[in-house]
Design a protein around this ligand. Structure first.
Ligand code: MEV
Length: 438
């Protein structure tokens, strides 16, 4: 948790000054940030312990979303993402949500599903009855495979059996439901699947098939809502009431059309994944779960929807989120550990609410832009910074070159090089750019 996540002017100051501001807001030492970030957060020797055939590391920008308030607490939320404008857009939308009191969030217990496929099962109803009659024994067998988790008050909680296909498939699948506490849980759940499989096959009079977690962890969902007053949504050219109509229209489009829903959800995952990556979690697992959940009705659908309530816009997101705040990458990645400290060392449930809140903020920013000015205006302004850097601009010159090429409506490398020459040859005044904080 942060003392505050309102840090006006944050985008204008240097990286060093931002570290000082975040240190002040979160109580995290500047020295800790230097140690974690300089060298990209991970040295080659450590990287060599993560994966195979390592040649080096591959760094990405580590930023923070500001203005985020969830369940009446402020958070400076770490985001790792390469796409310009994602962090600024999330911060900007979080500020609008803040005007309505912030995000309200709730999260399920951290229940994961361990799947054990059984094949060559001739009598599925009999197999199901036999397995369910031995539930207590299966749960005990599962718990014996994960003593550390049981010591942390997690462990196997339930057994479910599903028949798949037709009688000709001769296939059933057993789900062992596991409370993973603050772990993401993949290793725990896979260990349990392997530990109980032989006994289940014997009970079912069948053969053991696959033994692995399900990434459709729909018992581990998070739900976040927000209420945004029309006044906070207005743009220079459109009043807030019309913006609400535009956003509700955008939501309906995504609800009715899977082609649009995919892009709508991509905008949500811009925010979710950035938090997931920053905190050392498995974003492929999160993506797989989110999209399977989005398709659960048979039609691929938006993970977040928007409605009008009087002169207020109401947004709601729901998705499964298997995130951990212990184990895995966190043991070894200094920047991921620091990311959690910036958040006040939350449990896995709170982290899931933050990732979902930033996802909802990212969606709000995208649909508001699409319903008003279009997405390119803001994107191009931020893209101009990258072009300025590519042209050789450094430090304050980046913003000045970016501003010049945006104003000239010529965001090209050539234009940036010309602007750099002009600015370098004179003692220019300061310049302003897109407000990345607000
Ligand atoms: C771009 O990264 C994300 C958007 O396409 C999302 C959307 O269309 O809602 C802008």
């Amino acid at each position: 948790m942060a003392r505050t996540s309102r840090l006006p002017g944050f985008y204008k100051v240097t990286v060093q000054e931002r570290r000082a501001l975040v240190s002040d807001a979160t109580g995290t030492e500047i020295l800790e940030m230097e140690r974690a970030f300089d060298a990209g957060g991970l040295d080659a020797e450590t990287a060599d312990k993560f994966v195979e055939n390592v040649l080096g590391t591959y760094a990405l920008p580590f930023g923070v979303a500001l203005n985020v308030r969830v369940n009446a607490h402020d958070f400076v939320v770490p985001m790792v993402v390469e796409e310009p404008s994602v962090v600024a857009a999330a911060s900007n939308a979080a500020k609008m949500v803040r005007a309505g009191g912030g995000f309200e969030a709730e999260v399920d217990a951290p229940l994961m599903i361990s799947q054990i496929q059984l094949t060559e099962v001739d009598d599925a109803p009999k197999a199901t009855a036999a397995i369910l009659a031995h539930k207590a024994e299966i749960l005990a067998l599962a718990d014996r495979a994960v003593p550390g988790l049981v010591a942390r008050e997690g462990g196997a909680r339930d057994v479910e059996v599903r028949t798949l296909g037709t009688a000709d498939d001769r296939m059933i699948v057993v789900h062992v439901i596991v409370d993973c506490r603050d772990a993401m849980g993949a290793n725990l759940v896979n260990s349990i699947a392997e530990a109980v499989a032989d006994r289940l096959a014997a009970l079912a009079e069948g053969k053991v098939g696959l033994r692995i977690l399900s990434n459709l962890c729909d018992k581990r969902c998070v739900r976040v809502t927000c209420r945004v007053p029309a006044s906070a949504l207005a743009t220079d050219d459109m009043d807030g009431d019309h913006v609400i109509d535009g956003i509700v229209n955008a939501s309906r489009f995504a609800e009715l059309d899977p082609y649009r829903a995919a892009t709508h959800n991509k905008g949500i995952m811009n925010g979710v994944d950035a938090v997931v990556i920053a905190t050392g979690n498995d974003w492929r697992a999160v993506e797989a779960g989110a999209h399977a959940f989005a398709a659960r009705s048979g039609q691929y659908s938006p993970l977040a929807i928007w409605r009008r309530d009087g002169d207020t816009l109401v947004g709601r997101i729901e998705l499964p989120l298997a995130l951990g705040t212990v184990g895995g990458t966190l043991r070894v990645h200094p920047a991921a550990r620091l990311a959690l400290r910036l958040l006040g060392s939350p449990g896995a449930g709170t982290l899931a609410t933050l990732a979902a809140a930033v996802g909802l903020a990212s969606n709000l920013a995208a649909v508001r832009a699409l319903a008003t000015d279009g997405i390119q205006r803001g994107h191009m302004a931020l893209h101009a910074r990258s072009v300025a850097v590519a042209a050789g601009a450094t430090k304050s010159m980046v913003e000045r070159v970016a501003t010049m090429i945006v104003e000239a409506r010529d965001i090209t490398l050539e234009a940036a090089k010309r602007a750099l020459e002009v600015l370098s040859s004179r003692d220019g005044d300061g310049a302003t750019v897109v407000d990345a904080d607000e």
